[in-house]
Design a protein around this ligand. Structure first.
Ligand code: URA
Length: 438
């Protein structure tokens, strides 16, 4: 077999078989297929989209390119949730404990943030002592004891994706639905969770900017997971607006706690209830989505979700005192409205970039982030506003880019003199059998 023949075949739109995909990907990981041939293959995939069978084969070859985690030591039906990345997305910190409080086991492997999107591991760094570098055995022990644990990628998980993603980044081949689906699912399926819910973000702050593109990605991922014998479904959810009210690591931990104390923003609570209820149905703990929703909301009201988060933090070495007393930057400045009326639209991407400029996120993988800084959003689409009222509070430690940050936040809003409806958060549901637009 020769890489050049495989590239040629794909270039002409013929379907590759598993052995050919394996030859290319394994060869790329081991170094026998050079960067230039892997690049040509990726570009061919952008012009001759991978078929569902090719996408599933690529995912499986990538998934098994390194270590896999079998979760054998964990008792019960285990679930996971994956978000394609957003601004202010602290869902895992709220959802994981809530689902665990309802009796479903959550073994979650999370990542760090890059670019305008945040990562759960960075947020957990804001809790002193918290360890996320858990071994498989430690993870199993904590999950069995508490019902939920969140850790970072251990060992050599999906090395093919690490190499391929870096190459896609510099060859303009990131934004291809099948390649994204294979990249995400190879990592999710490397952990043997039985149930998986995908939160596919759509809109200005998301990877996929349109609802149809997001639905197509969700369908591809659900298809792959189902083919591999997992229970998988997806919700397509709004990312035109930042989620909840805070962006930035310590601020988001504080908001997660408030949400678990029953003082959460409506969009975040609704998202957790909708994702969580479906996980409960998958695991056989709820008879319907409606029943699941009630259980999740009850776990907020009775404090059992909060208790689970506290138990998880303690089990992972974190300090409860630090969890409840987040260190937030002492310097603040308000971004004031110059208009009377209603917020007509806002741009989550601008908020993500503004937070990154404050130091809350990283532009390159090596950058160190400032856990204390960020933005608290007071006015979102549909809210009424008066001139002089605060749209957002900026928490900062470095003032050098403050004016840029303020004008970026203000510039991301548009206003209307007449009333504007609040946009829905849940836009579509994708299962193995159907697509439903709400
Ligand atoms: N996230 C991933 O893990 N992979 C992609 O290709 C895009 C987003």
């Amino acid at each position: 077999m020769r890489a050049v023949d495989i590239i040629e075949k794909k270039k002409h739109g013929h379907e590759l078989n598993r052995a050919e995909i394996e030859f290319l990907i394994r060869g790329y990981v081991s170094g026998t297929v050079p960067d230039y041939q892997a690049s040509a293959f990726l570009m061919a995939c952008c012009f001759q989209p991978l078929t569902p069978k090719e996408t599933a084969d690529l995912t499986e070859v990538m998934r098994t390119s390194g270590d896999t985690i079998d979760l054998d030591g964990i008792k019960g039906y285990t679930v996971d949730k994956h978000s394609t990345g957003g601004v202010g997305d602290k869902t895992t910190l709220v959802l994981g404990p809530l689902v665990a409080a309802c009796g479903v086991v959550v073994a979650k492997m999370s990542g760090r943030g890059l670019g305008h999107t945040g990562g759960t591991l960075d947020k957990l760094d804001a809790v002193e002592g918290m360890r996320t570098d858990l071994s498989e055995q430690e993870m199993a022990k904590i999950v069995n004891q508490v019902g939920v644990a969140v850790c970072g990628q251990t060992g050599n998980i999906v090395p093919a994706d690490k190499k391929l993603y870096a190459l896609r980044d510099v060859t303009a081949t990131v934004e291809d639905t099948a390649l994204i689906a294979a990249s995400i699912m190879s990592k999710k399926l490397a952990i043997a969770n039985q149930g998986l819910i995908l939160d596919v973000k759509t809109g200005r702050g998301a990877f996929m900017k349109t609802l149809d593109a997001s639905i197509a990605l969700a369908q591809r991922m659900v298809e792959i997971g189902t083919l591999m014998g997992r229970d998988v479904m997806a919700l397509v959810t709004d990312m035109d607006l930042p989620l909840g009210k805070s962006i930035g690591n310590a601020l988001e931990v504080r908001e997660s706690l408030m949400t678990l104390q029953g003082k959460g923003e409506a969009d975040l609570v609704e998202l957790c209830a909708e994702l969580g209820s479906r996980l409960l149905v998958m695991a056989g703990k709820a008879s319907s989505v409606e029943d699941g929703r009630k259980q999740i909301l009850r776990a907020i009201e009775d404090g059992s979700g909060l208790k689970k988060l506290e138990e998880m933090v303690v089990a992972q070495g974190g300090s409860l005192k630090s969890l409840h007393n987040q260190k937030i930057a002492a310097n603040t400045v308000e971004v004031l409205s110059v208009t009377n009326g209603y917020v007509a639209s806002m741009d989550a991407l601008s908020f993500g970039h503004a937070a990154m400029k404050l130091g809350a996120g990283r532009e390159t993988k090596e950058e160190k982030i400032d856990l204390e800084v960020g933005i608290e959003v007071h006015k979102k689409t549909g809210d009424s506003v008066k001139a002089g009222e605060s749209l957002a509070t900026v928490y900062y430690n470095r003032a050098d880019r403050l004016e840029e940050v303020k004008s970026q936040i203000l510039g991301s809003y548009t206003f209307s003199a007449s009333k504007v409806a609040k946009p829905p958060i849940i836009l579509a549901e994708v299962t193995k059998d159907s697509v439903f637009k709400f």
